[in-house]
Structure formats: C-alpha cells, structure tokens
Design a protein around this ligand. Sequence first.
Ligand SMILES: NC(=O)C1=CN([C@@H]2O[C@H](COP(=O)(O)OP(=O)(O)OC[C@H]3O[C@@H](n4cnc5c(N)ncnc54)[C@H](OP(=O)(O)O)[C@@H]3O)[C@@H](O)[C@H]2O)C=CC1
Ligand SMILES: CCCCCC(=O)O
Length: 478
Amino acid sequence: MLHKNFIAGSWVEGSSTTRNINPSNTDDVIGEYTQADRAQAEQAIAAAKAAFPAWRKSGIQQRAEILDRIGTEILARKEELGRLLSREEGKTLPEGIGEVARAGQIFKFFAGEALMQAGEILPSVRPGITVEITRDPLGVVGLITPWNFPIAIPAWKIAPALAYGNCVVFKPADLVPGSAWALAEIIARAGLPEGVFNLVMGRGSVVGETFIQSPDVAAISFTGSVDTGKRIAAACGAGMKKFQLEMGGKNPLVVLDDADLKVAVNCAVQGAYYSTGQRCTASSRLIVTQGIHDRFVDAVTAELKQLVVDDALKPGTQIGPVVDQKQLDQDLYYIGLAKDEGAKLAWGGERLNRETPGFYLQPALFTETRNDMRINREEVFGPVATVIRVEDYEEALAVANDTPFGLTSGICTTSLKHAQHFKQNVETGMTMVNLPTAGVDYHVPFGGRKGSSYGTREQGRYAVEFYTTVKTSYTLPL
Ligand SMILES: NC(=O)C1=CN([C@@H]2O[C@H](COP(=O)(O)OP(=O)(O)OC[C@H]3O[C@@H](n4cnc5c(N)ncnc54)[C@H](OP(=O)(O)O)[C@@H]3O)[C@@H](O)[C@H]2O)C=CC1
Ligand SMILES: CCCCCC(=O)O
C-alpha cells in the first residue's frame, strides 16, 4: 500500500516515494510513502488558504469536539501507534507508547483550550469609550517537525493551530512518515472541513522550502537542527512571516556533593541515555563537584554496563538503536573527536551487533573533560555524555551557563539554598531539581533561550501567543 498525502480533503499521490526503514532491523521495510514536489506543496497551501475564511469563523464547540475526537482515538490506539513509532524511530516500546499517549493528551488539552479563548475589556482613558483586547487566528500555518518525536511534536503544533482557528500544512520529517501518516489519517476522519488540515510528506529541501517561501503561509513552527532553523529564520524574516524555532541544546546536569547519589545517578542515566539520547532535552554535560565526583562516575559507569541495548520492540530493551546511519556517523564522529581532544572514555562508544542489522551504539561516558572542548560545545544528539569536574556550586553554575544553548538544565542537591539559587540563575527556558533534564509535562510551556529556541513558547496555554494575533478595539457607543 502506498501511503499518500492528504490535500484538500483527498488522499493524493506525490511525484516520488520513499521507503520507511526500521533502525532496529534495516531489512524491515515498514511501508512506502509518497513524497510531494513543489507543485503539490503549493496545492496544499492553496487549499488551506481557501478553507481559512470559513474555518476562522467556525464555532468553538465544533473545534473542541473535533480535537477531543482526535485525542480519544489516539489514546484508544496507543499500543498500536506506539509500536509503529518505536519500529520507525527506534525508541523503546514503552517510550513509543508513552509518546503516543502524550499526543492524545495534547489534543484533549487543546479541545478544552478551544473553548477558553479569553480576551479583555477595559474602560478607555477617554470617558465613554470601551477597549476590547481579542485574538484572531493567523491564517495558513506551516508546521515542520523532526524525527525524534514523530507524533508528540506534530501534536503540540497541530492541536493549538486548529484550536485557535488556523489552517494547517504539515510536513513531517522524511525519516519517520509512519506516525505522521497515521496521525493524519485520524485527523482526516475527525470532521474537519476540506483544506483545513493538509499532510504534505516530502523532503525538507522541497516541501519545507516551499512552505517557508510561500507568501500565503502566515507563520512557520519548526523543530529540528540549528542549521535548518537559521535557514528558516532568514526566509521568514525576509518574508515578514511569524516563526518559532525549537532547535536543541547542550543541557547541563549539575551534581553537588550534598546530592542523593542514587537520585543523581538515575537523573544522569535517564536524562542522558534514554530515547538513545535523541532528545533536545537530553543531559549531555554532567557537571560534578569534587567531593562526589569519583563516587558518581563509578556509579554511573556501573549503571551503563547494565543497560540493555537492543531491538526497540524487544521486551526489556532500555536503549534502542540510533535513528539512522547519518546520526550514527555523527555520534561516532563526536566520540572520536572527544578522544582526540583528550577526554577519557570511561565506558562505551562502540558500535554493537545484535540479532538483526541495526544502528546499535553502546552508550558512551567521557570524564576529565573541559567545558571548552568541542564535545562540550556542540550538540551530539546521541547516547553520549561527558563529566566536567568542578570545585563548588559557584563554578558549577558558571560552567552550566557557559554554552551557546539554553533549553533545559538540572541540579541534584539536597540544599534548598542551592536549588533555589540555581532555579533563579540558570540561563535555560526550563530547569529541574532532582529530576532528569528530559521528560516534561504536556500542559505547561516548553522552550529555551539563546541558541536553543526562537519565539514564543510551545505547549500549554502559552501556545496561544504563537497561533493567534492580538487585536485592540475601541468603541464609542452611539
Ligand atoms: N531539537 C530537536 O528536537 C531536534 C534536534 N535535531 C538536531 O538536528 C540534527 C539533524 O536532525 P534532522 O531531523 O535532520 O534535522 P533537520 O533540521 O534537518 O530536519 C528537521 C525538519 O526540517 C526539515 N527541513 C530540512 N531542511 C529544510 C529546509 N531547507 N526548509 C524547511 N524545512 C527543512 C526536515 O525535513 P526532512 O528531514 O524531511 O528533510 C525535517 O522535517 C540532529 O542531529 C540534531 O542535532 C534533530 C531533531 C530534533
Ligand atoms: C514532545 C517532545 C519534546 C519533549 C522532550 C521531553 O519530554 O524531554
């Protein structure tokens, strides 16, 4: 079966196709997916533009019911969709099912938000005049998503876009079309008028470029690499488009002498290596004070030796394969670079063989690293973490903030004083105390600072800032 694009309410073939390969077993072809060319991407944009005038006036009850219907079906099928997600992306089955559940919860959350489009009414400073502050939808929004959260990141862009009355052209990462297509198939049956939602599978350099260049696309929401994010920012700026970028991080986990060692080790292993380290929120720099350093390194190393690296769908697997050859090459490149820079490899870093051909990599831990090494400046986006030894809390905070990124951070400590000071002074958009840096709630703001993110926050009620525009009205009643 060829999985087609969904444009103007119909399933249509594109100009080429791509095969979806299982990173746990590269002999396993999950399915064949069509790829749009520029013309088809433009057809989708035109369909969304034509649908907007009516959709922007749709009732909030209609929107709420549609979003709730989508969320209900996603949750009802979380095992099936979770298995598909793990098969195509490589995160373990529990992680895949968890991500699908999160997507369903996100749609249900925004079903509620669709009903709560609050504004404000104030008296003018001029007597007798009333001022109203309301919000309008933007129009056609282009949603461009990465491979590492194939259904949750699309959900947290699509759901608010629709809730606030926008029309959508959605381009998933070419590497993981399965989850995106399954999500689109649910959305296609949820009762939206034709053209309101369009799935446009295809290469970023073709479909993505068409979105960011089109004068009929009012806004772009993007998650992915810094390089692509900068490209999108330049194009959107030139075209006076609204845009938001979520691009990753070099997230620090600070471990102080007074930390609970067991908690700190769990935070480090979960945060740095689960989901094969392929999370923008993953810990990659473990910043450890002198007094606990050796005990911490020994304990983390002991944990890494126990981790089960295997087929994502196999029961008991804790670390699935890397997503593809390109990412594996990137991980191995940085492992080699760290060695060349003089970092000490405490454990792992070798490609592994398993029963089936896949991109299996032993989680790697480097010690005796300095924050000015490239391994500590650049995002690897794999199961690779480094330890930086520091003297005290003050030095730990300074090192944590000394990075071009600012997405998330963490501190393991039993000192309320240090926890409070860290929350107030760490330069990241999100921060955790005695918790992994990865793993966030779905109903609160998500996003970072510096090179990690651009624009307003995603997720939760804060999403209204991006997916609407404010109008101030003055009325003199006659
Ligand atoms: N912060 C995060 O959540 C993520 C960060 N990353 C980082 O990015 C690196 C590469 O991952 P990758 O998925 O390839 O990231 P990319 O930035 O290459 O891709 C992200 C999305 O952007 C699309 N895209 C690519 N080029 C363009 C373009 N010129 N215009 C518009 N859209 C475009 C891609 O399409 P397509 O892939 O179909 O070509 C994909 O849908 C990772 O190694 C990691 O460092 C990656 C994923 C998530
Ligand atoms: C939903 C995708 C990003 C969330 C990353 C995390 O939960 O750590």
